[in-house]
Design a protein. Structure first.
Length: 265
């Protein structure tokens, strides 16, 4: 057998390569993309730079109420209604078509800022006015007490509400003054005398007092009946004389004082 050579000439292919290009893995491509984002220059911000603003309040209109915060540097109001201002105020400008009524909220540490003091004073004022109205009828002047209160503490009659701005250390003095006024009313003198053991209550009023005392003591009917028999020798009120009933109510009052720690014994 004779070997023959093939007369085939092989030419290189121009522009083509038999070698495959290097293709990055998906993970490497992701890291490259992240790096490009991180290396990119930051875009300019469109946010407007704002300076430090000062507290300011402004209200326009009639019958508006404005309450200031902890500290107000400037406050301006236009209207014909009342104006209320609270907190530390640097400057206040009020433009109104008629004289406004301006009230200052009671600051911390004042009588008006303490709920207990304020409630006690308001209660005394209300009770005094009720007693006076009961005695005087149509001739009673509601504002008389406010004028007396203002005068007693160096205020103008119409400025009695400034009492609420007094330091809370003044509260006992204001309360004592009002209590003296209350005790000096006709009904107040009766009530004060009634607190004494020697005062002769009517039987009907004694029953009301007994009911109130028993409720405060928390005694049920069975226990109250047992104690009544021990004290008076009678189980029922209807079998008790007026003197025995007064003695029984006096016993309840002393038991109540002992419960509240007010007993002198």
């Amino acid at each position: 057998m004779t070997n023959t050579k093939s007369n085939i000439i092989r030419f290189p292919v121009v522009g083509r390569s038999s070698k495959k290009p290097d293709t990055p893995s998906p993970g490497a491509a992701f890291l490259d993309a992240v790096k490009m984002i991180q290396d990119a220059p930051a875009l300019p911000s469109n946010k407007t730079r704002r300076g430090k603003s000062l507290p300011s309040q402004s209200v326009e209109g009639d019958n508006n109420t404005q309450v200031a915060g902890e500290r107000v540097v400037h406050q301006s109001i236009k209207g014909s209604g009342n104006v209320q201002i609270g907190g530390a105020v640097g400057r206040v400008t009020v433009h109104a078509s008629k004289a406004p009524r301006i009230e200052i909220a009671a600051p911390f540490g004042s009588i008006g800022a303490d709920p207990a003091f304020r409630a006690r004073i308001e209660s005394l004022i209300k009770q005094i006015n009720e007693y006076r109205h009961k005695r005087l009828g149509k001739s009673f002047k509601f504002g008389a007490l406010y004028g007396e209160l203002a005068k007693a503490f160096g205020l103008a009659p119409k400025s009695w509400r400034d009492i609420w701005l007094f330091d809370e250390s003044m509260a006992p003095e204001v309360i004592h003054w009002l209590e003296a006024k209350l005790n000096n009313t006709q009904q107040g003198r009766i009530d004060r005398a009634a607190r004494g053991e020697a005062y002769m209550h009517t039987r009907g009023h004694l029953f009301k007092i007994e009911t109130d005392y028993l409720a405060q003591l928390g005694w049920n009917d069975d226990y109250a009946t047992m104690q009544r028999e021990i004290v008076t020798g009678k189980e029922s009120r209807r079998h008790m004389t007026d003197a025995e009933f007064r003695h029984w109510v006096g016993y309840l009052r002393r038991a109540l004082e002992a419960m509240y720690g007010e007993s002198t014994n």
